[in-house]
Design a binder for this molecule. Sequence first.
Ligand SMILES: Cc1cc2nc3c(=O)[nH]c(=O)nc-3n(C[C@H](O)[C@H](O)[C@H](O)COP(=O)(O)OP(=O)(O)OC[C@H]3O[C@@H](n4cnc5c(N)ncnc54)[C@H](O)[C@@H]3O)c2cc1C
Length: 461
Amino acid sequence: MTSADSTSADIVILGGGSGGYACALRASQLGLSVILIEADKLGGTCLHRGCIPTKALLHAAEVADAARDSGHFGVKASLEGIDMPAVNSYRDGVVGRLYKGLQGLVKSRDVTYVEGYGRLTSPTTVEVDGTTYTGRHVVLATGSYARSLPGLDIGGRIMTSDQALNLDYVPNSVIVLGGGVIGVEFASVWRSFGTDVRIVEALPRLVPAEDEAISKAFERAYRKRGIAFSTGVRFASATQDDRGVHVTLEDGTTMEADVLLVAVGRGPRTEGLGYEQAGVAMDRGFVLVDNYLQTNVPGVFAVGDITPGLQLAHRGFAHGIFVAEHIAGLNPRPIDDVTIPKVTYSEPEIGSVGLTEAQARDKHGDDNVTVYEYNLGGNGKSQILATTGFIKLVQLKDGPVIGVHMIGSRIGEQIGEAQAIVNWEAYPEDVATLIHAHPTQNEAMGEAHLALAGKPLHAHA
Ligand SMILES: Cc1cc2nc3c(=O)[nH]c(=O)nc-3n(C[C@H](O)[C@H](O)[C@H](O)COP(=O)(O)OP(=O)(O)OC[C@H]3O[C@@H](n4cnc5c(N)ncnc54)[C@H](O)[C@@H]3O)c2cc1C
């Protein structure tokens, strides 16, 4: 079906971030008419304030580390300093080119793009500046915002990732509140740029969503890099003045720094958008959906960060594509968060997919889980890069590999094969028959599976 005019369509999508625009592109590919409504910039958080700009900063950080550590490789170079405005303009160049490309893509796909702030006014209508857009289906994709804590106001030296991304100087010292993925990535960038960094995490370990062995190795690596952290302790209060921010923890510890980054998670952007009034069931602001990403209101779907679960751009893409294909009647396979690959792009990097060892033991019982760690010490390319780390496999006893967890410089690049292994429910013997190029870090994936299949090559039995 194609719409008769520009205010009605098969699908009206509210929000043009990863979830919303992926849905729009796939739906139009399938011959559905689409109206895509975006209040700010097409591309959303990931392109403008998330994945892409932070990874550009992390790459600049890697270049700084390479200059600083060049002597290790016999190369005479030195790090003279960080020109933050120049770093920012490199980052903006990357974002700008991708933004232009995305705008062109949406234009070329015959999507009706509406610029403006929308509100759901009924299960089939969204209103923008007095105009009503009607869809046979409505997809809610309004994304997320950086949360703070009660009593902690954002402003001045106290900032979220939104402001931290746009600093035009390198702070001398930073306190990072939150040792999850966003917090540790910023900590990594700043440390590489020469900042004194301290992370405060309320849970017992950094990157607490990862396998415990990964957290431990990560903490060791951060300690070695001179990144300080306090875990298992909660934030109590913060004040700021001309000299800096002054933070007190619940155990009475006080600390000071130039800047406080609040990285305590992201909340769903769903307030005041008419969702509840239209009868959409919510839980603490998140939109509840079934396996088909449909809300309790027939015809209304929700994708991406506003649904409970992992907040990742590629999950948003997958959600958007799923909903488009479901509406088009293609019967796509529902998306399970446990199958979604995750990468933390710090130095060192973390890549993981599937169940952690603890989750696997919980779900399948201690006797039914086998675990193997392949140390990157035996991997030629990792030695060349001067990185340490490991690949940990979690296997259902005599069965498929159900979790892959990795740590080391650049190891996130190995997530592709890891997710194929877990999602195809490969047995170690299956992977052991595949040939991995030498010398690559990817080889470590092959070696880990060779070992688990009982025929280790560059590893002790
Ligand atoms: C610092 C940081 C780093 C990150 N790094 C990564 C990473 O490396 N990899 C990764 O996978 N994920 C990363 N993420 C997460 C990723 O950005 C999000 O998971 C992803 O953007 C979610 O997509 P979404 O479509 O659900 O929401 P969003 O991208 O937030 O898009 C929602 C869109 O809806 C629009 N909108 C909201 N309300 C309205 C309204 N009423 N009317 C019209 N439009 C509206 C917003 O303007 C926005 O453009 C990062 C996030 C942050 C903050």
